[in-house]
Design a protein around this ligand. Sequence first.
Ligand SMILES: [Zn+2]
Ligand SMILES: [Zn+2]
Length: 240
Amino acid sequence: MKPASVNMLCQNCRETYWTLIRQLGHVQLPALRSIMLKQARIGNPAHTPNKGNAPLPINTRAQDLISESEAWLAEQAGKIRAAYAAYDWRKAWYAIISNKHTILTMSTAADDYAALEHIARRNEQALTPDEAMVVIGTCPKCGHQATSTPQAETWTCPDCKWQGGVQAIKAERDNKLWQLEYTGKPVEVARYLAKMDIHCTSGQIRQWLTRGKLHATPTKHKGEYVFNLGEITAMLDCHN
Ligand SMILES: [Zn+2]
Ligand SMILES: [Zn+2]
């Protein structure tokens, strides 16, 4: 039996790797390109200063992300057959898709997978509007704020590259919510919690206040309270 090479992927990684490859050509690249086309049609080239509006993060990044994604596809296609490296991205992607076994068992597979993971994560982030990003907590190693898309299962710190499960980071954050206070109206605290992917309505919060379930202290401003965030999340846990 051959010894397992360091660059061999386990079955689990192979499946994830294949999903990322499919998504790249099927979803991410077409979406990034359509955003680029729309920008071109609107006639808002990157060098023109935006009039009044804050530029979307996609404006500055889409072209870079497309180039990086296409370069990855060209490189992999070129490993199947040297001539494929010159293919346009769609043909390169098809060549990869129709050579599944070759790609997954390639001697460079682990490195290629790591490179693609990085590319796919950046693409996903660029394709997710900022409002849809949630604060899941902080990096346990360096304390950097951890934001991700609501569906993400793992998180990599952009600062120190620490990697871990989203659920664990959230659990750690939720433990600390008891030490956190938020001053504002029910609608404001609901909005604040939504940014942390904790969902309750201002109506629920008002109801808990009326029933004396929350020990929120009213401030001198009408309708405003000092809330304990742990108390609110505890209410949600037993009512969902
Ligand atoms: Zn693995
Ligand atoms: Zn970190």
